[in-house]
Design a protein around this ligand. Structure first.
Ligand code: FAD
Length: 466
């Protein structure tokens, strides 16, 4: 078989790219080594984690805030197997939806491991057995990433686990030790904290979500602490050992001492590595760099011009929506269009509660780049909508250029921050000033008023409700 485009990997980058290729009239094939489409995001990432986050949030509210709302419940219990079953139903519906979209767009789907035979030929070791070889004028590597670990933290998938196993635990851990308080650790740690488990975060950096604006990390820590979690910042894990029903984690403290924590699970969430295992890149004249990433130019072309790469396997944020933009970008580039991705405006979200969402420069970045800036911030506790729903934790922080008032970055920790950040992305894409947003009507009462108020504060320190 000969195709205009062969895409290896069916994650958000791969399947979005495939659909855009088909829309543009390109004969397209997609190859997936797992039995279901959708990649990390749909199967063991974004979607299942959000399903558990939502379930655990319902439980937490039922246990801790319903009474204040005047709703009494007796005999509240966590039914973990049911929670995991519902999560799986959500995943199954979603992945089946992708298979439907492939058919609808007449994209040929091959299930099996794809590997290069040469720069135009891909061999598929089919899941059902046997091999098939297909040819492509263009090939897209969309093979994503896998959880990372260190030799001192040997993953056994039983007691020492990654996010993938954490999504299928059939009981609430009594004590989960989370190594790494980045996005995935924070999200999954908060799930088990809300369900009543003890959670200890061990983080080498000095705050949670350390790559985001520092204010966000501080505020998130306050919120997660209220759930009863412990934090060990600037601590370094030296050894993790499975001791049967327990796991022991040895840690170096900042003042040079050694401590040991014992729990029933240790979640290793220290990042993800680009995945190219078994692809036989060399046969196509390619190789991954020392960190496993495939190098691409500004058009997402590898050093072999008709072979492209996207998503987690290349540079940049490991985010589903970044991969999706790149899938569309490659399809449009192949047909000769001139698409554009504004990488600075790809939002970053943490789905804890309160949620954290950000776009643009952090305060640390504007400082280090010497950009003159001003800050406007507004706390959710001053907002009627937030008081009505009892979601008063958090704030909106707007960074604007000191002279031009252009919005440079927006950082939100609060209710529905993940959805609210879209307004900031649009504003920044159109290069709005803080005053532009301040002069636009925001429905009352909504959480979005906090963004308007923070913009008023940034414009001229003239927030209304504070
Ligand atoms: P992937 O989704 O990793 O897909 C790659 C696919 O390629 C896989 O299905 C793999 O099986 C297949 N493959 C690999 N090699 C081959 C081969 N040789 N032949 C055939 N098939 C192959 N991002 C967000 O934006 N929002 C979130 O809320 C979010 N939550 C997350 C929660 C968790 C727990 C995790 C782990 C990740 C989360 N992410 C989230 C990150 C997101 O999942 C990834 O950024 C995204 O899936 C990357 O998309 P991709 O298309 O590059 O690759």
């Amino acid at each position: 078989m000969e195709y205009d485009v062969i895409i290896i990997g069916s994650g958000p980058g791969g399947y979005t790219g495939a659909i855009r290729c088909a829309q543009l009239g390109l004969k397209t094939a997609i190859i997936e080594k797992y039995p279901t489409l959708g990649g990390t995001c749909l199967n063991v990432g974004c979607i299942p984690s959000k399903a558990l986050l939502d379930s655990s949030e319902h439980y937490y509210n039922a246990a801790h805030t319903f009474a204040q709302h005047g709703i009494k419940l007796n005999d509240l219990q966590v039914d973990m197997p049911q929670m995991v079953l519902r999560k799986q139903e959500v995943v199954d519906q979603t992945t089946k939806g992708i298979a439907f979209l492939m058919k609808k767009n007449k994209i040929d789907t091959y299930y099996g491991m794809g590997s290069f035979v040469d720069a135009h030929t891909v061999k598929i070791a089919k899941t059902e057995g046997g091999e098939e070889t297909i040819k492509g004028k263009n090939i897209v590597i969309a093979t994503g990433s896998k959880p990372m670990s260190f030799p001192s933290m040997p993953i056994d998938k039983k007691r020492i686990i990654t996010s993938t196993e954490a999504l299928t635990l059939e009981q609430v851990p009594k004590h989960m030790i989370v190594i790494g308080a980045g996005v995935i650790g924070a999200e999954l740690g908060s799930v088990f904290s809300r369900l009543g488990g003890k959670v200890s975060f061990i983080e080498f950096a000095d705050s949670m979500i350390p790559t985001m604006d520092k204010t966000m990390g501080k505020e998130l820590q306050k919120a997660i602490k209220k759930l009863g979690a412990d934090f060990y910042f600037k601590h370094k894990v030296t050894k993790v050992e499975n001791k049967g029903d327990e796991v022991e984690v040895s840690i170096d403290t900042p003042d040079g001492k050694q401590i040991t924590l014992t729990g029933d699970y240790c979640l290793v969430s220290v990042g993800r590595r680009p995945y190219t295992d078994g692809l036989n890149l060399e046969a196509a004249g390619l190789q991954a760099d020392s960190r496993g990433k495939i190098e691409v130019d500004n058009n997402l072309r590898t050093s072999v011009p008709h072979i492209y790469a996207l998503g987690d396997v290349i540079r940049g944020a490991m985010l589903a929506h970044k991969a999706e933009e790149e899938g569309t970008f490659i399809a449009e580039t192949i047909v000769g269009q001139k698409p554009h991705i504004h990488y600075r405006l790809i939002p970053n979200v943490v789905y804890t509660w309160p949620e954290v969402a950000a776009v643009g420069y952090t305060e640390e970045e504007v400082k280090s780049e010497g950009i003159p800036y001003k800050i406007g911030s507004f706390p959710f506790k001053a907002l009627g909508r937030a008081r009505a729903s009892m979601d008063i934790d958090g704030l909106v922080k707007v960074l604007a250029h000191k002279e031009t008032d252009e919005i440079l970055g927006v950082h939100i920790i609060g209710p529905r921050a993940a959805d609210m950040i879209a307004e900031a992305v649009v504003a920044m894409e159109f290069r709005a000033s803080a005053e532009d947003i301040s002069r636009m009507s925001h429905a009352h009462p909504t959480y979005t008023e906090a963004f308007k108020e923070a913009c008023l504060a940034a414009t001229d320190n003239r927030a209304i409700n504070m």
